[in-house]
Design a protein around this ligand. Sequence first.
Ligand code: PLP
Length: 400
Amino acid sequence: MTPRAADRARYDRATAHLDAPVAVVDLEAFDANAADLVRRAGGKPVRVASKSVRCRALLERVLAREGFAGVMSYTLDESLWLARAGFDDVLLAYPSADRSGFGELARDPKLAAAVTVMVDDVAQLDLIDAARAGGTEEVRVCLELDTALRLLGGRIRVGALRSPLREPAQLAELARSVVRRPGFRLVGIMAYEGHVAGVGDAVAGRPLRSRAIRLMQAAARRELAERRAAVVRAVRAVAPDLEFVNGGGTGSVQHTAAEDAVTEIAAGSGLFVPRLFDNYTSFSGRPAALFAQPVVRRPGVGVVTVLGGGYPASGAAGRDRLPVPYLPEGLRYDPQEGPGEVQTPLLGSPADDLRIGDKVWFRHAKAGELCERFDSLQLIEGDRVTATVPTYRGEGRTFL
Ligand SMILES: Cc1ncc(COP(=O)(O)O)c(C=O)c1O
C-alpha cells in the first residue's frame, strides 16, 4: 500500500461514522508542519497568520507550542473578537476602515493593549481619530513597507500592490507623524514579501519557469534585505522602543529569519499545507487539511459524481485555484465542468472502484479558506477522530 493509500484508509476509517461533506485536520501532520516552521525560523518567534487557519482551537494549539508567539489577524472585527477571547498579542496585518471597531478599540484598555493596527498613510490615522468616539486609549500602530522588486527603473514591478511606502525616508516621515500624534503608539514594522514567500519555485513540469522564479526571488531577497535594514534603522531613529519587525511567510521562513533586522516571522499556510504550497524548494510539508465529498452517482465507466466540491480559492482565477482530488489517487476533473456548485464528475480508472456513499478526499488550493465552507473540523489522530472543533464560520464568524 502506498503512503497515500494508507492515509486514505485511515481517513475513511476515522470518519466512517460521519457523512460527507466533512473536513478533517490530521493532527500528526499539522504538528509536524508546526515544528518544521519553528525549526526553519531558527530561534525567531513565528506569528501565526489566522487567515490561513480560521479555527480558534487550532490557533490555540500552535500558540501553546514553543516557538510560536502572537497572531497575525486579517480584519479588525476578528482582532477584537480574538482579543476578547484572551489572545493578547494580535497584529492586524491589513489596513481597516471599520469605524465602529476603532471606536471599541479606543474605548477598551484590554483591547487596546492586545491589538496592533496596520498603517501606511496619514489618512488612516485620521480615520481612526474620527472613529474614536471619545475613546482615549492609545492605539498601537505598525507601519507596512512595500517589498516589491522594481526592475528597469521601476517599469517592471514584481510583488503585490500593498503599501505605498518604499524608501526609508518615507517610513521615517510617517513614523514621525505617528509619534507626534496623541493617542497613537508606534510599535512595529511589517514587510511581507509575498513574491518570495507565496510563489512556488519548483513547479512540476515547468523547469524553465521554476528557474526564472528562483532567479527573481534571489534578486528580490537581496534587494529587500538591504532596504528592510535601512528602513528599520530609519524608523528606530524616530521610535527607539519599536517592539518588533515582522516579515516573511510560509515559503520564505528561513530566508527572512536570516535577516538581522527582522525580529519575528509570520506564517500560517505551512500548517495545513494546501495545494499551492506544494512547489517550493525551501520546504516540503505534509498535507494536513482535507475535505471529503460523497459519491452520489455513477454516470458511466471511469466516472463518478460527487456532491458539491466547487470551492475555488481567491486570487487571479486559474486552474491552480481549484481544489485537487487527492484520494483515491488518480482522479481528475472533467474539463467541461470542473468542480461544480452542487456536483462534480470525476474521471479516471479509480472511479470504477468507488461505490455510492464512498468518500473522495480533496485538498483546497489555499489554507484557511477551506474553513469558510465548513462549520467544523474533525481532528484526526491515527485512525480516530479525537475532537470536533468549530471553524470561525462554525462560531458564526465570517469576517471575509
Ligand atoms: C502580511 C502577511 N504576512 C504573512 C503572510 C503569509 O501567510 P502564509 O504563511 O499563510 O502564506 C501573508 C499572507 O498573505 C500576509 O498577508
